[in-house]
Design a protein around this ligand. Structure first.
Ligand SMILES: [Zn+2]
Ligand SMILES: [Zn+2]
Length: 775
């Protein structure tokens, strides 16, 4: 050993794999004149540094400020007993990964195409010109292509593509942006495109050019993206969009689009700086923004989102997407500005990932299939975000976000597999101070969705090298996620932990803010309460793992159960019955129902025949939407009636007065009674008052009711912050009205940021609650 030199070894954890971490540290170590090595371990990176003690200290001190973009250092631990290695004192080098069982695996998230790769793909002089699988250490697939950990090319679906000499040179050159870029590829050695016709047979011609031709002719192309298939068509072509809606049996639900550039986004939407930053972030989510005035009401853009004045937009997230927009030389099809890019699935099914699967399941929808042979091991939808109170809020947590771990307020007592809810399902694995929330699985309505859920339950623990010690499920015994969770627990001999739906909402919303106790308003559409009624407008006090309800909405019957959720007119009749209103011919006309129907539903309410009671806030919006004529006869997607109410409220001109409601204290439980509100709504409908005014009045009333619930709670507890959870709080107007009122009361509002306010957060809340119950 040279005099005065020492050898020190450190384990670095955090986001340290799949983000160009080792190459960056390699360069830094060499610049600092240090010897030694760096290598990936399972979940951490180990670095051995040999040199002067002062040089090593300086290196470690300045390291956090010199990390590559997207990397993050969570912890640095010095390893005192690391066995010596031949490379300890050689020129600093990158050693092969060590497949050990180190405890802290982090699966890297997929990253949207970076500016450098985007430039190369469109540069005729570059060797990757027109190449759709261009990636580097700063971008490209990660989670979706891994077969195992640690993250390394040999454990990705790219392992079947041996590197050509040029790629190998880049991969091994510390000065190159692709130094140890595990998903590196080029036209010589990497994956390639394949076009299939509508029957799934190989189609002639250049796959990209042919796909663009189909798109420009108004056709629909299934495009294999990063985490699965998307269905694309020209969003400016009304006939094409209508055709896609028709074939997908999706008449109203919003369709997400991809815009060629930020300039195009700005033309169509009101893109705030916060929206733009989110669109350009490495996660590259779909961002929901307000449409510009001229694109509302009947224009092509409004066809994309007919029920609202907003549009979900993303920028191209992979080179393949970029190349779909831009004609390369010799391509007569025009440059596209906006393409619909909606999930490549049939209703209720997960998005397709494999080529044959897409042909099989999207037959009859797509006119062509733009496929490739870079296999997708793990499905990952596009993430969906909005800006709320100036900060991003995730509505669908998937590509780019998942499976990055969420930190918890305090360590969990055991490793928990949490099964999530029935709708917008995601599962979670919690251990130590981490919860890894799986990418969005979706609604558990089809056998395909059930298979997808079972697969995630197997693979998440396996990738993370963790064995669950308990399984957390919802109280509702019939949810598929509950049924599967109980089966998994039984087979593995594990305890089952039940967590009530809104308790899970509250725990998730609080845990995001580093809290294990606090207040939460949980407003949503459904969720079984411990008393057997449907909850969904709850003021909950969470104290560690206990949960107490302090306020709620008075229950209303749902004549026909789930049928009443799909047909809001049934709920309207139930509210009329509760308020003592006899619907006259005028009201029946607005509701689009006969006297007989109204009579039957009223009888169901009176005699409690198949008319379960619900407290849910979402149902107040449903019934009001029906009574104002805004609701469809049968809703075609979850929350549709409420979305129309929000849109109408947003279009109200002038100030609408809040509608009245009553609050009653029933044995210490505050109950908001809506009977009087519905009397006013019916009166307004009779005299033909603008529905926009009524809609805004109802929003004010729900915000006022929420404030009444908060004020009551403040008198009982010392808490001065309230979390908002549940799908109803996806409503922008309600959020804004409530934030202003609570601000005046001096109450801090805790909003979901990294997990969705809807049921996508349930598994997170289940995991922390069940984890904390032991210990
Ligand atoms: Zn790149
Ligand atoms: Zn190559």
């Amino acid at each position: 050993m040279r005099t005065g030199c020492v050898r020190r070894v450190f384990d670095l954890t955090g986001t340290v794999q799949g983000v160009g971490f080792r190459p960056a540290l390699y360069r830094l170590a060499r610049e600092a004149g240090l010897r030694g090595w760096i290598r990936n371990r399972s979940g951490s990176v180990r670095i051995c540094l040999s040199g002067k003690p002062s040089a090593i200290d300086l290196f470690m001190q300045t390291l956090p400020a010199q990390l590559p973009p997207n990397a993050g250092l969570a912890a640095v631990a010095e390893v005192v007993n690391c066995p010596s290695h031949a490379a300890d004192r050689g020129e600093f080098s990158i050693l092969d990964s060590e497949a050990d069982t180190a405890p802290d695996v982090v699966i890297p998230a997929d990253l949207a195409v970076c500016a450098d790769c985007a430039r190369e793909v469109l540069d005729p002089a570059d060797r990757r010109f027109g190449y759709p699988f261009t990636t580097c250490t700063r971008c490209g697939p990660r989670y979706t292509v891994v077969n195992g950990m640690p993250y390394d090319r040999s454990r990705t679906t790219l392992s079947s593509f041996p590197l050509c000499a040029d790629c190998r040179a880049e991969y091994e050159n510390p000065a190159d942006r692709r130094f140890h870029a595990e998903a590196i590829a080029c036209p010589e050695c990497g994956p390639s495109l394949l076009l299939l016709d509508r029957e799934g047979n190989p189609a002639a011609g250049n796959p990209l050019r042919e796909s663009r031709r189909v798109l420009s002719a108004g056709g629909i192309v299934a495009v294999r993206g990063i985490g699965g298939f998307l269905l694309a068509c020209d969003a400016t072509n009304r006939a094409a969009v209508a055709q896609l809606r028709h074939r997908k049996h999706r008449p109203h639900k919003p369709l997400a689009v991809m815009a060629r550039s930020m300039e195009v986004v700005r033309r169509v939407c009101i893109a705030t700086p916060e929206c733009e930053e989110l669109l350009l972030s490495p996660a590259g989510p779909i961002v929901i923004m307000s449409l510009r005035e001229r694109h509302r009401n009947g224009t092509a853009a409004s066809l994309l989102s007919p029920d609202s004045d907003t549009l979900g937009v993303m920028l191209p997230t992979s080179p393949l997407h970029l190349l779909l927009f831009e004609p390369l030389p010799g391509d007569p099809a025009p440059r596209f500005d906006i393409l619909v890019m909606t999930s490549g699935n049939r209703g209720g099914e997960p998005i397709c990932t494999a080529n044959e699967e897409a042909v099989d399941r999207l037959r009859g929808i797509a006119d062509a299939f733009l496929c490739h042979n870079r296999e997708i091991n793990l499905r990952n939808d596009d993430s969906l975000c909005v800006i709320r109170s100036g900060n991003p809020q995730v509505w669908r947590r998937a590509r780019g976000y998942s499976p990055a771990p969420l930190e918890t307020a305090r360590p969990l007592g055991r490793c928990v597999l949490a099964m999530g809810a029935e709708m917008k399902n995601a599962v979670a694995l919690g251990y130590g101070r981490k919860v890894v929330l799986s990418p969005h699985v979706g609604d558990l309505e089809t056998p395909e969705a059930h298979d997808a859920l079972a697969r995630v339950c197997r693979e998440l623990p396996s990738f993370l090298s963790r064995t669950p010690q308990a399984v957390a499920v919802d109280l509702h015994p019939d949810m598929h996620s509950t049924v599967l969770g109980r089966l998994i627990a039984e087979q593995a001999g594990l305890p089952v932990e039940e967590v009530q739906h809104h308790h899970a909402h509250a725990a998730a919303a609080l845990a995001e803010h580093g809290l294990d106790s606090g207040l939460c308003l949980a407003f949503d559409g459904t969720g079984l309460g411990p008393d057997g009624t449907v909850w969904g407008a709850e003021m909950l006090l969470v104290e560690n793992t206990a949960c107490r309800r302090l306020a709620t909405f008075a229950p209303a019957p749902l004549p026909g159960g789930d049928a009443a959720v799909r047909a809001p007119a049934r709920q309207a009749i139930a509210r009329c019955w509760a308020a003592g209103i006899t619907p006259g011919p005028e009201l029946l006309r607005i509701l689009g129902i006969s006297d007989e129907q109204a009579g039957i539903w009223k009888l169901q309410c009176e005699r409690a025949i198949n008319a379960p009671l619900t407290h849910a806030a979402g149902r107040v919006f449903d019934a009001a939407a029906a009574l104002t004529g805004l609701a469809p006869r049968e809703t075609t997607y979850d929350g549709q009636a409420a979305v129309r109410m929000e849109t109408a409220a947003g279009r109200a001109t002038g100030r609408a007065a809040s509608l009245p409601f009553k609050s009653l204290n029933i044995h210490g439980l505050l109950m908001v009674d809506w009977a009087e509100t519905f009397v006013r709504i019916v009166e307004a409908a009779k005299v033909g008052r603008p529905v926009e005014e009524t809609a805004l009045g109802l929003h004010h009333a729900v915000a006022d009711a929420a404030v009444a619930m908060v004020e009551y709670t403040l008198s009982l507890t010392p808490h001065r912050a309230v979390a908002l959870s549940g799908g109803v709080f996806m409503n922008r107007i309600l959020n804004t009205l409530l934030a202003a009122r609570l601000g005046r009361l001096g109450v801090d509002l805790l909003l979901h940021r990294l997990t969705p306010p809807n049921d996508g957060c349930i598994a997170f809340g289940q995991a922390v609650t069940a984890g904390w119950r032991s210990g």
